[in-house]
Structure formats: structure tokens, C-alpha cells
Design a protein around this ligand. Structure first.
Ligand code: SF4
Ligand code: SF4
Length: 699
């Protein structure tokens, strides 16, 4: 069976499904050599110019930078650094419009060019053989090289591969109309491109290297054939011109007959593909220690007076290019109003929303057509009509997709259905839109849908990562808890075992533990006590109060008993006094009456004798006093005796209660008795006097 190499050597290739043959329009720029563009006044360098992540900023506003100086670092493998394309001063770091179909803004470094084009110090390599694979990969990574065919995938990742490589394919097809940048580069820099290819060979060690060039580039084919004539394993493959031959999967199919399935990568089939311009950049990076600072850009279109391929510094604003190559200003203004400046070719390119967007690593063409060559670019209103289900789009789709169904799903935002229809295999070639009779901008719908799906996937990925982090943390905490518990168990067992040993140390440890336990208990008790302070203090107060109350009650009861006894005694005394008084009254009624009469008489006499000296009330009081004295006189002996006896008894009874009080009472009783006795004597005397006076008065 004929091998692939034999087939290629004989010029027999496979073909891919679909494809179109649009007008090439390459002669506008293919006949003139690449020009060196003069320095612009300002460069605008987006931090991200590739697929992946932007690097970390290394400069600040006001920094002076040299040509080739790194402006960002690539700490992440998917981050590719950018460099100052010429010397100057960083005038701003801010968001600015970048080359994107949606007019997206991104962080950019603005450099005011000083015009000196001063290089940073470089170390060109003269002995490539002494460089290891890692050295080569590092040089490629540090140079900030990303796929220059349009995809922008970081080159250092693509070449850092451990899988066996059968074919290294160098893509020089450049199938899109108008674009001739790779064609001219191959014509002018074939030797350096081949040197770059040899470096890739060192890294990937492929079985064969195939350089694919469309048959519409005879000069480039010749240049490469000449440059590779001494290398047996490098084949220049002249493939038929058909759009999009330059597509990765399509070119692999043409050269090897292999189809890369959906979701699979070329490396899985033992194939790696690199672009012609990327090979030149690798050469420059490794041999000249020159990072990726410039690229060939086809500035073309019939609206330009001088279409041209040009070495443009990365960061050069598009309007600077257009001014340099004679865009017909009035026409350009009209075109700008209608978004007729196209970044890329007519098939895969997109209209720019502003002409100040900069050239980046993946920019290969600026197309400025006039109304005749591309009238659709000047249409202010869409001429899109309903799909007529003609099926032409499916016929030309190189990825064997169903473009008409995909556009319906894209319009309906049915992303699940788009996934089923393998939207991700669409290479945005635009062949379907090119043939669509309904003028449906099919690629436009696919790009929007892809961007939204990508965004949704990123959100899902973030959520998934957050979930994984949460689960991992939970698991870690659980493990730590179990380990802690295990450790405590072991420590407790060890302590117990140590204390159970019959040694002085164990005894000491036991007592120490006991002491510690006691301390803990005491602490706990103190704590409990503190917690119940209020209750306890209240209880204590109540108890004290109760005790005091009890004591008071005892005393009170004793006092009450004494009072009761005293009252009883008083009552007894009063009864005795009443009894005596009654007896006395009955015995002395006559006497009393006589006495009273006597007193009355005496009183009258006294009144008569001294009526002007005393008031009637005084006299009455004197009479009452005299009557009382008379009554008391009759009580004298019996009362005196009984009273004294009772006082003695009272003293005896109350003595235990309060000796001093009793003594005082006794003294008072004695004094009272004495007073009574004295009163009695006085009354006796008084009665004698009254009796003595009465006859005198009655007479
Ligand atoms: S080419 Fe256009 S009109 Fe025809 S089926 Fe496809 S989308 Fe519809
Ligand atoms: S743009 Fe996509 S759907 Fe349309 S032809 Fe190309 S690959 Fe197929």
C-alpha cells in the first residue's frame, strides 16, 4: 500500500468536504516586497494578544522602556508576555478598544515612542547545538510567541510535547483571499523560516516535516524548495488552492488523509502544526534573542492607493497603517461610517468599530475595500432574509456541519442544541455565509453563540472549582478532627498506663492528677458558687434573718410573758384594791359622807373665808384629792402587806429575765409603798385635822 510520503512525493493529496473558491485578490500585494513601516508616535499594546491569560504587569506609567523590554511576565503557563516594540515612555495603562468583533475593550499599555528605537541588551545564540530542549522552550516562552496564523495559541505549550510526532506540518497555505503576508515572508525569509523549522524538529523530533503551500504561490514554493533541498525529511507540499485549505483539520486531511474527530486534537493523531510566521518568530527568538515585536501585515484593498505588505510593530494603530499607505481619505471616512475597515481577510475577518485599534500578534491583514469590490461592507442596513433551506451552506462547510440548523439554534439561544450540532467544530471560515443566497451573516451568529457558551462554561468551571474547594476543606477538617480525637485517646491511655505503674513517679503522677482534679473541682465549685451568689446570699440573709427573728421572738415572748405577768399582777392588785375599796366604802360610807360633808362644809367655810383667793375648780380638785386620800387611808394595812408580798414574788419570777430591771422595779415598788405609807400618814393627819376643825366650823 502506498505510504503517505510516497503519495505526497508523487503530488497526490486527499481532499476535504466542501470549500469554496472566492476571488483571490492576492495580486494587489504579492508582487511587491515587504516594506518597513516608520515608527508611529504612539504604540498601544494590549496585555492579552493570544488565547490564554494576560501576564503580570512589570511597568508603571512614566517608566522609560527599551525596545525588546518585557512589559509583562508569564507566571502562568497560559500567560504569554508582551514586550516594548520600540523605546519610549509608558504614558498610560488603561482600557482601550482592541481588535475584536464586538469592539471589546481591554487593558493596554500606551508607549509614547521616543524615535530612537533603542534596543535592550541581547545575547544572540551562535551555538544552537548546545541548547537543551528546555532552553529552547524557555527562549520561545520568554519571547512571547503565540500562533501567528490567527489562533494565537501559546507556542511554548504546543512544542512542549512528550507524545510521539509523526508529522510536523508547517502551514504556508494562506488560503484566504487578499492576504499575502506569509507568501512574501516565505519568499524573503525562507532560510530563516527553515532554521526555525529545524529548531522545532529538535524539540518535537517528528518522523517527517511537511511544508504545505497552495499552488497559487509559486515564488514562495520555489523559495522553500530551495531552502529545504538538503533536508531529506522536509517535504514542500504544493496543495490545490481551495478555501479553507489553511484550516488545521482541513490541511491535515489533505496531507495525511486523517480526520481529526470532534473534540480530538491533532497531537492525538501524532501531528503538530505550526504557521510559517511562527517559525520565523521562533528563529528570531532563539538565534537573535529577539522577542516577538513585529509581524508582516497585508494592508490591502482597492480603497488604498498603495496596497502593501509591511513589517508592522505590534501596537501600531490601524489608522497609522492606513495613512501610511494612502487610504483615500474621503472614501475611508465613508467606509468608517459603514465599518468598512476589516481586520483579517474577507472570509474570516471582521469590521472594526474604530481605526485606532492596534496590530497584535495574530493580525495578518487590514482590508479596506471600496464599494465596487465589497458592496456588502457599505450596506447600512442588513439585507438578511429568511433561510430558504437551500442547503448550500451545508454543501460548502469544511467541517461537515449543518450551518442552517446552527443559525436557528443560535438565534434561539438554544446552547444545548448547538452543542449537539458540534458548533465547537466550526472554524469560522465563512464559507457558508459566502454562498448563502439569503445573505444571512451566519458566522456572526456563531461567534456570538460561542462567546456566550464560553462565558457560561467559565462560570460553571468557577462554580465547580469552588465546590471542589469546599468539599476538600470539609474533608480536611473532618480528618483533623478524627486525628485530634485519636491523639487525645492515645495520650490519655499513655497517662493511665504510666499512673498504673507501681513506681514513685507513677504515685507522684497520680497525686499530681488528683491534685489537678481537686483544683478543677474547686474551680468548678467556685464557679458554681459565683453563678449562684445571688441565690446563696439571699438564702443566707434569710437564714440570718430567721435566726434573728427567732432570737427576737424568744426575747419578745419573754417580754410578753413578763408583761402578761405584770398585767396579771396589776389586775390582781386592782381587784384586790377594788375589793378593799368596796369593803372600805361600805364600812366608811357614813364616815365618808360625813367626811365629804365635812369637806364640803370646810370647803364652803374655806370658800367663805377665801372665796376670792382660789377658783372653784381648784377647790373641786382639792375635794377629789381629799376623797381619794380618805379611800386610800382605808386600804392601808391590808394592801400594804399584800403588795409587798407580791412585789417580792414578782422579783423572784422576773429575776431570771432581767436582774437589773427587777431591781429597779423593786426599788420603784418600795418607793411606791413608802410613798403610799407617807400619803397614808399625811391623810391620817389630815383627817385628824378635819375632824378637829369640823366642830368649829359647824359651830
Ligand atoms: S445557505 Fe442560507 S438560505 Fe440556504 S440553507 Fe443555508 S442558511 Fe438557509
Ligand atoms: S463558518 Fe462554520 S458552519 Fe460555516 S462553513 Fe465554515 S465551518 Fe461550516
Amino acid at each position: 500500500m502506498e505510504s503517505i510520503i510516497e503519495r505526497i512525493t508523487r503530488g497526490h493529496f486527499w481532499t476535504f468536504h466542501g470549500g469554496v473558491h472566492p476571488p483571490e485578490q492576492k495580486k494587489l500585494t504579492s508582487a511587491t516586497p515587504i516594506k518597513q513601516l516608520s515608527l508611529p508616535k504612539q504604540l498601544i499594546l494590549p496585555l492579552q494578544q493570544h488565547i490564554g491569560r494576560e501576564g503580570k504587569l512589570l511597568v508603571e506609567v512614566g517608566d522609560k522602556v527599551l525596545k525588546g523590554q518585557a512589559l509583562t511576565s508569564s507566571e502562568n503557563p497560559m500567560a504569554v508576555p508582551i514586550h516594548a516594540s520600540t523605546s519610549g515612555i509608558v504614558s498610560a495603562i488603561k482600557n482601550s478598544i482592541i481588535a475584536h468583533p464586538s469592539g471589546l475593550q481591554s487593558l493596554c499599555i500606551f508607549i509614547d515612542v521616543d524615535g530612537k528605537d533603542t534596543w535592550i541588551e541581547r545575547e544572540p545564540c551562535t551555538d544552537i547545538d548546545n541548547l537543551s530542549q528546555l532552553d529552547l522552550i524557555k527562549k520561545i516562552a520568554d519571547a512571547g510567541i503565540a500562533g501567528m496564523g490567527g489562533a494565537g495559541f501559546p507556542t511554548h505549550i504546543k512544542v512542549n510535547n512528550n507524545e510521539p510526532v509523526n508529522f510536523l506540518i508547517i502551514n504556508g497555505a494562506e488560503c484566504e483571499p487578499y492576504i499575502t503576508a506569509d507568501d512574501l515572508l516565505m519568499q524573503e525569509q525562507s532560510e530563516k523560516i527553515v532554521s526555525g523549522i529545524k529548531l522545532l524538529e529538535k524539540l518535537l523530533t517528528p518522523s517527517f516535516i511537511l511544508i504545505a503551500i497552495e499552488d497559487n504561490k509559486p515564488n514562495a514554493i520555489k523559495a522553500l524548495q530551495d531552502a529545504t533541498s538538503t533536508f531529506d525529511r522536509i517535504k514542500v507540499c504544493v496543495v490545490p488552492t481551495k478555501y479553507p485549505t489553511g484550516g488545521e483539520k482541513q490541511l491535515i486531511k489533505i496531507l495525511t488523509g486523517q480526520e481529526i474527530k470532534s473534540g480530538s486534537l491533532p497531537i492525538h493523531a501524532g501531528i503538530v502544526m505550526q504557521n510559517i510566521a511562527t517559525c520565523f518568530a521562533i528563529y528570531d527568538a532563539v538565534f537573535n534573542d529577539t522577542p516577538l515585536l513585529k509581524r508582516v501585515v497585508t494592508v490591502t484593498g482597492q480603497a488604498l492607493t498603495e496596497p502593501q505588505n509591511v513589517w508592522a510593530l505590534l501596537g501600531t494603530p490601524v489608522n497609522f497603517l492606513l495613512n501610511a499607505y494612502g487610504a483615500q481619505r474621503q472614501q475611508l471616512t465613508d467606509q468608517q461610517n459603514h465599518q468598512a475597515v476589516i481586520m483579517g481577510g474577507p472570509m474570516m475577518g471582521y469590521s472594526l468599530s474604530s481605526d485606532i485599534v492596534p496590530i497584535i500578534k495574530t493580525s495578518n491583514c487590514i482590508l479596506v475595500p471600496n464599494k465596487t469590490e465589497m458592496p456588502s461592507a457599505f450596506d447600512s442596513e442588513s439585507k438578511e432574509v429568511e433561510c430558504i433551506r437551500c442547503g448550500q451552506c451545508s454543501d460548502v462547510c469544511p467541517s461537515n456541519l449543518l450551518p442552517q440548523e446552527m443559525q436557528w439554534s443560535a438565534k434561539a439561544k438554544d446552547y444545548a442544541q448547538l452543542e449537539k450540532l458540534n458548533l465547537s467544530d466550526c472554524i469560522d471560515c465563512g464559507a457558508c455565509a459566502y454562498v448563502c443566497p439569503s445573505q444571512i451573516p451566519l458566522v456572526h451568529y456563531y461567534r456570538i453563540a460561542k462567546a456566550e457558551i464560553r462565558e457560561q462554561k467559565q462560570l460553571d468551571l468557577k462554580a465547580e472549582k469552588a465546590k471542589i474547594r469546599f468539599e476538600a476543606r470539609k474533608l480536611r477538617l473532618e480528618k483533623e478532627k478524627v486525628a485530634r480525637q485519636e491523639k487525645h485517646k492515645k495520650a490519655a491511655a499513655a497517662r493511665k498506663a504510666a499512673m498504673n505503674k507501681a513506681t514513685p513517679e507513677a504515685a507522684g503522677a497520680k497525686s499530681a492528677v488528683a491534685a489537678a482534679l481537686a483544683r478543677v473541682k474547686a474551680k468548678k465549685a467556685a464557679k458554681d458558687s459565683n453563678q449562684t451568689t445571688d441565690t446563696t446570699s439571699q438564702g443566707s440573709q434569710t437564714e440570718s434573718s430567721n435566726a434573728a427573728t427567732n432570737s427576737d421572738d424568744d426575747q419578745k415572748s419573754q417580754v410578753a410573758a413578763a408583761i402578761a405577768r405584770a398585767k396579771a399582777k396589776k389586775k390582781l392588785k386592782a381587784e384586790a384594791l377594788n375589793k378593799t375599796s368596796t369593803e372600805l366604802d361600805s364600812k366608811t360610807t357614813d364616815t365618808d359622807t360625813a367626811d365629804i360633808n365635812d369637806i364640803g362644809k370646810h370647803s364652803v367655810a374655806s370658800k367663805t373665808t377665801s372665796s376670792q383667793q382660789a377658783s372653784t375648780d381648784d377647790k373641786k380638785a382639792k375635794i377629789a384629792s381629799a376623797i381619794a386620800k380618805a379611800k386610800a387611808k382605808k386600804l392601808k394595812n391590808s394592801v400594804e402587806t399584800s403588795t409587798l408580798d407580791e412585789i417580792d414574788k414578782e422579783v423572784v419570777i422576773e429575776k431570771p429575765v432581767n436582774q437589773d430591771a427587777k431591781k429597779a422595779k423593786i426599788a420603784a415598788a418600795i418607793a411606791k409603798a413608802k410613798a403610799k405609807k407617807k400619803l397614808k400618814d399625811e391623810q391620817t393627819d389630815s383627817s385628824k385635822n378635819i375632824s378637829a376643825k369640823q366642830p368649829d366650823e359647824s359651830t
